[in-house]
Design a binder for this molecule. Structure first.
Ligand code: AMP
Ligand code: MN
Ligand code: MN
Ligand code: MN
Length: 284
C-alpha cells in the first residue's frame, strides 16, 4: 500500500542498502520501493562499494525521483567501528574507488575467520551459508552471516544473531581494521561529496567520547551527523539534534533500510528533523 502523504511533505531518505552490499533488493527494486513509499529524494549508500549507483540513478530518473549518489564507509576510530556516509560523491572518483577497494579487501579473510569461529561454537557451514546470501561477494559481511543463522534456526531474527554472536565479545566477532576517519572524510571530499557521521547513537559512547569524536570529525571538515535514522530511538533524536547544533554540524536523515520486514525499518518512514536542526540539504 503506497503511503498517502500530504503534498507539502518532502521526504528525504539519505541512507539505505541494496544487493551491492547487505541489502536484499537490487538497486532498481530499492528505488521502486522508495518511490512507492513516497520518498522524494533518495541516496543509496551501500557499504564500501558503489557498484549499485548507476542502476539506482537510472531507475530514479525513470520514476522522477531525485537521486543523490552515496556510500557508507567503514571506519576504525579509537578501536571502535564507525560508519561515515558520503553524499553527493562522484561514483567514479579514482581516489574514493581506491579507498573503498582497500576497505573491501579484508572482508574475505575476516569472513573465513568468522566461519571458523562459529564452527568452534557448534555452527558449521556458516561461511558458505553467508556467501549464498551475498550477491556482491566482495562485500561479504556480518549481515549475510546473520541471515544464514536465522535460516538455519539457530536464532530467531537478525537482531538477536548480532547480540548473541556478532558483536564485540561474542564468539563470531572478528576484529577488523577499516579506514581511518581522516581517510574516509578525505575520500568523500576528494569525490566532491559531503561527509555524514552515520547513526551516532549506535556508537554506545559516553558523552565525553562522543564529544571527542564530534570535535575531531568537525575539525576534519565533516559536514553533518544523522540525527534521524532507523537506528535511533525517539529519545536519541533530540540528543543528537542538540549535539549537531553545538558542534556547528548539519543534520541528515535516513532509514538505513536493508530488507523488507527485517528490522521494522521502512524506506521513507522517518520522523521530521527537530526544528533546531539545519538540514544538510539546505546546502544543496
Ligand atoms: P559489517 O560491515 O560486515 O561489519 O556489517 C555491518 C552491518 O551489520 C551494519 O551495516 C548493519 O547492517 C549490521 N548490523 C550491525 N550491528 C547490528 C545489530 N546490532 N543489529 C542488526 N544489524 C546490525
Ligand atoms: Mn548494513
Ligand atoms: Mn551503518
Ligand atoms: Mn547503513
Amino acid at each position: 500500500m503506497p503511503f498517502l502523504k500530504p503534498d507539502f511533505l518532502v521526504i528525504f531518505d539519505l541512507h539505505c542498502h541494496s544487493t551491492a552490499s547487505d541489502g536484499v533488493l537490487t538497486p532498481a527494486a530499492l528505488v521502486a520501493r522508495a518511490h512507492e513509499q513516497g520518498v522524494d529524494v533518495l541516496s543509496l549508500t551501500d557499504h564500501d562499494d558503489m557498484r549499485g549507483q548507476a542502476d539506482a540513478a537510472r531507475a530514479a530518473l525513470a520514476l522522477g525521483l531525485r537521486y543523490v549518489p552515496g556510500v557508507e564507509i567503514s571506519v576504525t576510530w579509537s578501536g571502535h567501528t564507525l560508519h561515515i556516509v558520503g553524499l553527493g560523491v562522484d561514483p567514479e572518483h579514482p581516489q574514493l574507488l581506491a579507498g573503498l577497494s582497500a576497505n573491501r579487501a579484508g572482508r574475505a579473510e575476516r569472513a573465513s575467520q568468522m566461519g571458523e569461529a562459529l564452527a568452534r561454537v557448534g555452527i558449521p557451514g556458516a561461511l558458505e551459508g553467508a556467501y549464498a546470501y551475498a550477491v556482491n561477494k566482495d562485500l561479504i559481511g556480518r549481515t549475510h552471516f546473520a541471515r544464514y543463522l536465522v535460516e538455519e534456526g539457530y536464532v530467531k531474527d537478525v537482531k538477536t544473531v548480532f547480540k548473541k554472536y556478532l558483536v564485540k565479545g561474542k564468539p563470531g566477532y572478528v576484529h577488523h581494521q577499516w579506514a581511518s576517519l581522516t581517510e574516509a572524510v578525505a575520500w568523500v571530499h576528494a569525490a566532491g561529496g559531503q561527509a555524514v557521521l552515520a547513526h551516532p547513537g549506535r556508537c554506545n559512547f559516553g558523552r565525553e567520547k562522543m564529544r571527542a569524536l564530534l570535535a575531531e570529525f568537525r575539525d576534519l571538515g565533516g559536514e553533518a551527523i544523522e540525527v534521524v535514522t532507523g537506528s535511533h530511538t525517539p529519545e536519541q533524536v533530540p540528543i543528537y539534534a542538540e549535539l549537531a547544533d553545538e558542534f556547528g554540524l548539519y543534520a541528515s536523515s535516513g532509514s538505513d533500510f536493508h530488507a523488507p520486514g527485517e528490522d521494522g525499518r521502512e524506506l521513507g518512514r522517518l520522523m521530521s528533523l527537530p526544528p533546531i536542526c539545519r538540514p544538510l540539504w539546505a546546502t544543496w
